[in-house]
Design a protein around this ligand. Structure first.
Ligand SMILES: [Zn+2]
Length: 114
């Protein structure tokens, strides 16, 4: 059982949440121009990562807000919780070539994002 740190409510039991799938899947700019295959890939194809994976979660029986969570799919270790629309915290500096910050303790006991 996971103890998920909701950014609004703090740590709560996994049963209060709904999994929303992979985070950062951008809606196509011109969906009408996609082929059936491209559209199907947008709708149904998702990464199957072993290790750090960015996911969407809904605190359905709490604040009813969506948020993103970076979770290790092997160890279930929750590495970061961050708002929808924000870049993935371990890859935000990838474009500039700088080193990504370490994620030793990004989540405080209150569940707030560091
Ligand atoms: Zn909440």
């Amino acid at each position: 059982m996971l103890l998920i740190p909701c950014p609004n409510c703090g740590p709560r039991d996994e049963t209060e949440f709904h999994y929303g799938g992979q985070a950062h899947v951008a809606y196509p700019e011109n969906p009408a121009e996609l082929t059936d295959r491209e559209w199907a890939e947008y709708l149904f194809y998702r990464d199957n990562t072993k290790g750090a994976f960015a996911e969407r979660w809904l605190h359905s029986t709490g604040c009813r807000q969506w948020f993103n969570m970076l979770r290790d799919t092997v160890t279930y270790d929750i590495q970061a919780v961050y708002p929808m629309g924000e870049p993935r915290p371990d890859k935000e500096n990838a474009a500039t070539g700088t080193t990504a910050p370490t994620l030793t303790s990004p989540v405080s006991p209150e569940g707030a994002v560091k």
